[in-house]
Design a protein around this ligand. Structure first.
Ligand code: AHR
Length: 488
């Protein structure tokens, strides 16, 4: 039995809504087929965007969307993606499967998607193979409201008013696919590029310097020393593999040892964040600069028979458990983590939805984001519990992960049971006067259960049976489960 003690009066700071951000790259079937099918498609669409996918994603109230990459960003030339579609040059997507990219989804289409989703834009610019001029011009094209050749070109292409662009990334993974640079070299490049990214809108751009891979603390140190004065945020990328990058594992595996190994790696996000936080705290003790985890999520071998460059994987209950564990870690570091973007929104890595032709399914990870969405911009509150450990096959990890927040008179407690073996009885005590208590729980019979295109949603939230007595809320959560309790 685990007792969870929530003290709503003990406030722990705001959980930035941007922690629930998404990422969509020109990779595999994320943009084309997944989000954008074009106006002439037989698949129902609004201005080229799939209606079913946009409708599903709208329910998540996505706070921010990162685009166009990823590795693709440092190979992307924005001018190829504006103007009449038939005149747009095509290119080879060298990073992802060497397929032809026809540039039919460009800047105007991205902002159309942003508008349909009701989200905010985070654009990643090209440092690796672009120029300073190219980047400065793109920002002017998008955000200048006055009379200039670039702003007028935007108008000619159908957009009168400048778009609202809040976040701008100066390159992506510049230690790797973004140019194989040293930290020192990138830092100098960042400073040069960032100087020419002008503010034209009402609010200054939130500039994000390309940060380290996983635990590369040297890179973070150099960024904090040399770039932080020109950046509002520094990014970090940290994926969760069953073992490591060379041994990613299989997305539909039902092996217990593989499951616990993956979960152990999900929990290790805590150490990765703490390492970077320590460095950031040294150079920025007032915590003004945000840590931006703009790529995270589970990453496995691609599904058999699919293009290795398309990064298509299945999404099971264990991905849902991983997602909640990691989102709780981000929330607990809410004084430093300002944004996180799960990779990726559709048909790539740990996606929200999967599509096949005109069919679409919501993944277990989608439901985690839905169950947790009331944490966005809520006040995090003190949560104490000790759920003990679980594991097997040489792995030992925290059995329960929980977190809580309050907003507009409502308290949300989210928790998961990482054990693949045992259910857990839970008692929650919350200070405060709440009249209505309700809950949902999502679980599955098997570790590798997922939602297939047959219409039978095997993994979806159901109502949770809750008893409430003498200020205690009692319920049992199954093995392999995520749950959300709302008190109003
Ligand atoms: O998300 C897939 C890829 O992973 C991104 O393009 C890149 O930034 C990272 O290596």
């Amino acid at each position: 039995m685990t007792e969870i003690n929530v003290k709503t009066r003990d406030k722990k700071g705001k959980i930035s809504k941007y922690i629930y951000g998404q990422f969509a790259e020109h990779l595999g079937r994320c943009i084309y087929e997944g989000l954008y099918v074009g106006e002439d498609s037989e698949i129902e669409n609004v201005n080229g965007m799939r209606r079913d996918v946009v409708d599903a994603l709208k329910e998540l109230e996505i706070p921010v969307l990162r685009w166009p990459g990823g590795c693709f960003a440092d190979d992307y030339h924005w001018r190829d993606g504006i103007g009449p579609k038939e005149d747009r040059p095509y290119m080879v997507n060298t990073n992802w499967g060497k397929v032809v990219e026809n540039n039919h989804f460009g800047t105007h289409e991205f902002f159309e998607l942003v508008e349909q989703l009701g989200t905010e834009a985070y654009i990643c610019g090209n440092v690796g193979s672009g120029t300073v001029r190219e980047m400065r011009d793109w920002v002017e094209y998008m955000t200048f409201g006055g009379d200039s050749p670039l702003a007028n070109e935007r108008r000619k292409n159908g957009r009168e008013e400048p778009w609202k662009l809040k976040f701008f990334g100066v390159g992506n993974e510049n230690w790797g696919c973004g140019g194989a640079m040293s930290a020192k070299y990138y830092a100098d490049e960042f400073r040069r590029y960032a100087t020419f990214i002008r503010d034209y809108g009402d609010e200054p751009l939130y500039k994000i310097a390309g940060g380290p891979d996983s635990r590369d603390t040297h890179w973070m140190k150099v960024m904090m020393k040399k770039c932080a004065h020109q950046a509002q945020g520094i990014s970090v990328h940290n994926y969760t593999y069953t073992h490591d990058y060379m041994n990613k594992g299989v997305s539909t595996d039902d092996d217990l040892g593989e499951y616990y190994s993956l979960l152990e790696n999900a929990f290790s996000m805590e150490e990765t964040i703490a390492m970077h936080e320590k460095i950031m705290d040294k150079y920025d003790p007032e915590k003004k600069k945000g840590l931006i985890v703009d790529e995270w999520g589970t990453w496995y071998d691609v599904l058999p028979g699919t293009n290795p460059g398309f990064l298509l994987q299945q999404n099971t209950i264990r991905d849902a458990v991983c997602a909640m564990v990691i989102l709780h870690i981000f929330q607990k570091h809410n004084d430093r983590i300002f944004m996180a973007n799960i990779a990726q929104m559709v048909n790539v890595l740990q996606s929200m939805v999967l599509t096949e032709g005109d069919k679409m399914v919501k993944t277990p990870t989608y439901y985690v984001f839905k169950m947790m969405k009331a944490h966005m911009d809520a006040e995090r509150v003190d949560v104490k519990y000790d759920g003990g450990v679980c594991g097997g096959n040489g792995h030992a990890l925290q059995k329960i992960s929980a977190d809580a927040s309050v907003k507009d008179g409502r308290c949300l407690v989210t928790l998961c049971n990482t054990s693949a073996g045992d259910e857990e009885e839970i008692t929650v005590t919350v200070d405060g006067d709440y009249k209505n208590i309700s809950g949902t729980v999502m679980s599955a019979d098997k570790i590798n259960d997922f939602n297939d295109f047959d219409g039978a949603e095997k993994v979806a939230p159901k109502e949770l049976e809750i008893k409430s007595e003498n200020g205690k809320i009692m319920f049992t959560i199954p093995r392999l489960s995520v749950a959300a309790i709302t008190l109003e």
